[in-house]
Design a protein around this ligand. Structure first.
Ligand code: CUA
Length: 286
């Protein structure tokens, strides 16, 4: 298209210069009409129709392929609800703020939003796509190289728009299957640690679930295997004990207008215990 555009641009410029310099011998209205109908109507119609036909052939194949992994990503203010819907009878897994993908496979990302428009974008893997309340958009991604890539929200969505990021973790296909199967298993909870008891006692479970332990809250991000996430607060700070404590004590200080309120009334040692327990929720946990 670029080469074609250059050629056409040069012809048009040539014609313009020829007209201005009066280089056309015996100009007649018949010649002018021929030029306009040929170059202005017939040529663009044929060229654009050919490009359209060519372009349609390049569109991704949207036939519903049952063998394709589907991942629902739902934009919230200001985090990402993620649900894996693998082909066949693979396990459906709910997670948040991190997107795991197999390399070398087409994955259908199904994009929706809660209250406002967000935009899903992992620049290293593919183009961006808006997430619009009341509408479902689809994006086909095919990451080629395992690694960790940064994803962001690319549409202004309110106060903490700039603090709405995620990691896209691309695995070798076999590793991805193993990962999905292991996160699908509930978090083992024997015996119940102090932090888990405090998590319940302070009402955290009203908004957050930890699969296998408490499966009620869905207002906030799912915290199953939270210890394996790279960041706290959807991509804003590394997932360390210190940052987990800071977040629980005062999330709005780290993410202005976040729906999670400050919990300054919880004693410091209780916050520390909850933070430690959440950090211990990993796939390697005994
Ligand atoms: Cu979500 Cu900007």
């Amino acid at each position: 298209m670029c080469a074609g555009a250059v050629v056409i641009w040069m012809i048009v410029m040539g014609a313009a210069v020829a007209a201005v310099m009066n280089w056309i011998p015996n100009p007649t209205s018949r010649k002018a009409n021929t030029l306009i109908i040929g170059g202005g109507v017939a040529f663009p119609t044929v060229t654009l129709a050919a490009l359209l036909a060519f372009g349609l052939g390049l569109l991704p194949n949207w036939s519903d392929d049952p063998a394709r992994l589907k991942v629902h990503v739902h934009g919230e203010q200001w985090w990402w609800r993620v649900e894996y819907d693998p082909p066949d009878d693979g396990p459906n897994v709910v997670s948040a703020n991190e997107l795991h993908l197999p390399a070398g496979q087409e994955v259908e990302i199904i994009l929706t939003a809660a209250e406002v428009i967000h935009s899903f974008w992992v620049p290293s893997i593919g183009g961006k796509m808006d997430m619009i309340p009341g509408r479902t958009n689809r994006l086909l991604l095919e990451p080629t190289k395992p690694g960790i890539y940064r994803g962001v929200c690319a549409e202004y969505c309110g106060t903490s728009h700039a603090r709405m990021a995620f990691a896209a973790v691309v695995h070798e296909p076999d590793d991805f299957d193993a990962w999905l199967n292991s996160v699908a298993a509930p978090v083992p909870e024997q015996p119940v640690p102090e932090g888990a008891t405090l998590f319940l006692a302070n009402g955290c479970a009203a908004c957050h679930q930890v699969r296998g332990f408490v499966e009620r809250g869905s207002v906030g991000p799912d915290l199953s295997h939270f210890g394996d996430r790279r960041t706290v607060g959807a991509g804003i700070v590394p997932n360390t004990q210190e940052n987990r404590v800071r977040w629980i004590a005062n999330a709005p200080a780290m993410k202005p207008a976040a729906k999670m309120p400050a919990y300054a009334m919880i004693p410091e040692h209780e916050i520390a215990a909850i933070a430690e327990w959440l950090g211990s929720l990993t796939l390697d946990a005994p």
